[in-house]
Ligand binder design. Structure first.
Ligand SMILES: Cc1cc2nc3c(=O)[nH]c(=O)nc-3n(C[C@H](O)[C@H](O)[C@H](O)COP(=O)(O)O)c2cc1C
Length: 403
């Protein structure tokens, strides 16, 4: 079945397409499970809804949150989600994606603290004095997709998308060693600003995600599995030794780029779960408390990262039915959840389902495919979706994201 614009008038119609496409992700009519608290160590996350990290490209040029950034996070806070995962924030100047990306450093930390205080206050005002959302900050280095186009290996497929010249010099091992310390420094500042957790972002082919796939790189950060996972694991180890803050990772579970340039893929670009499974088990041993599932890179395979109807001005028509994309993301979450004992898994792939998402979300939680449910585009369009589901038991079809 070819790509089709969302037009379901009932959950039954959606289920019919699932049958035609031979998809079996779980659905449950009773969505009360989504209101449940989730325990994370000695903290309590007040419900299972997560605002996914979503860059708004509205920071000030010094990296502090801009007016629109603050408005967005205020709306999320008032929207009632139990966990707000703050968008990609650069850990150093050269890792900044662009000059509208947030950047955490000694000069901006006070502005981040003010934003965190505002979010906690607004959440209480909207949801009650005892309501305290769990706050994660996503720390990133944009790598080849940043202004400086810092890359680890040359790779024709992704280099064309990022407009990188074939004679660009890869980053040195010394620069990468220093980067481990930049993550540590940023984690200390995140603690100072009042976040509950830091996410060492390893998805969408930004630097740490590219590193997981750096099979063709020489030196201590390339080639073997140990070398390709070194930077991510060293950054996590250093933080856990020195900073009293929870650890989280947003992880690509599958790049879709064929081996030897992809992670979690075979030479045809199909899923190969062996290394992602091993890595999530090791991340749990290192003390990672939450893993947020993602896949591919929006610069090359946007339909995999975020199943859509409308490609947008710069996009392409999706080569598959969006329900296949939704199913893939849900199954990747299930795949890693099965490897983990206590680490919480945040599922991804719900926005395209519109107002039917809560029923799939409830099924996913009940069947143990994920502990928490992330909404990306939906939270831009409809920041109080969680509150509506909690208080009215449904989402308002007039407010939903229709991308
Ligand atoms: C405009 C935009 C910005 C995004 N920014 C981030 C980001 O900062 N960090 C991240 O991990 N993912 C980012 N994503 C991906 C989303 O978090 C999410 O994984 C994706 O949109 C699929 O979820 P959805 O179907 O609920 O939208 C972004 C997506 C969009 C459309």
């Amino acid at each position: 079945m070819k790509h089709k614009k969302f037009s379901y008038k009932s959950l039954e119609e959606l289920k019919k397409d699932m049958e035609l496409l031979n998809l079996n992700f779980p659905i449950d009519d009773d969505i009360s499970v989504l209101r449940e608290e989730v325990k994370e160590g000695d903290k309590v996350i007040p419900n299972r809804f997560v605002i996914h990290p979503m860059e708004g490209a509205d920071a000030n040029s010094d990296g502090t949150p801009g007016e629109l950034t603050l408005r967005r996070y205020r709306r999320y806070a008032e929207g009632g989600a139990g966990l707000i995962w703050f968008e990609a924030v650069a850990v150093n100047e050269s890792g900044r994606g662009n000059e509208l990306q947030l950047y955490l450093n000694e000069n901006t930390v006070d502005a981040f603290k003010d934003m965190v205080d505002m979010v906690r206050q607004k959440a209480k005002e909207a949801m009650g004095e005892d309501f305290s959302p769990y706050l994660v900050i996503q720390l990133t280095h944009a790598g080849r997709f940043g202004e400086k186009k810092n890359l680890l290996v040359l790779n024709e497929l992704v280099d064309n998308a990022a407009r990188i010249s074939p004679d660009k010099e890869p980053m040195t091992d010394e620069e990468l060693e220093q980067l481990e310390n930049d993550y540590l420094k940023a984690a200390k500042l995140a603690k100072e600003a009042g976040f509950d957790a830091v996410d060492i972002k390893a998805c969408h082919r930004y630097l740490l995600s590219e590193n997981l796939a750096a099979h063709t790189r020489e030196g201590k950060y390339g080639g073997s599995y140990e070398n390709r996972t070194r930077l991510l694991k060293n950054a996590l180890k250093k933080i856990s030794e020195e900073v009293d803050i929870d650890l989280a990772v947003r992880l690509n579970t599958f790049d879709s780029i064929p081996y030897p340039y992809g992670w979690g893929t075979d030479k045809d670009g199909n899923e190969d779960h062996s290394e992602p499974k091993r890595l999530v088990r090791e991340l749990e041993e290192l003390g990672v408390k939450i893993i947020n599932v993602s896949a591919a890179t929006p610069y090359v395979y946007a339909h995999i990262t975020r199943p859509y109807d409308q490609p947008g001005k710069l996009g392409y028509e999706a080569p598959e039915h969006p329900l296949i994309g939704v199913n893939r993301l849900l199954c990747l979450g299930k795949m890693i959840k099965e490897e983990l004992k206590d680490t919480l898994v945040v599922g991804t792939g719900f926005s395209w389902l519109r107002h039917y998402a809560p029923y799939v979300a409830a099924g996913v939680v009940k069947e143990g495919w994920a502990n928490m449910i992330g909404f990306g585009r939906q939270s831009f369009a409809y920041p109080d979706f969680a509150r509506d589901i909690i208080e009215k038991n449904e989402m308002d079809p007039k407010k939903i994201c229709t991308t």
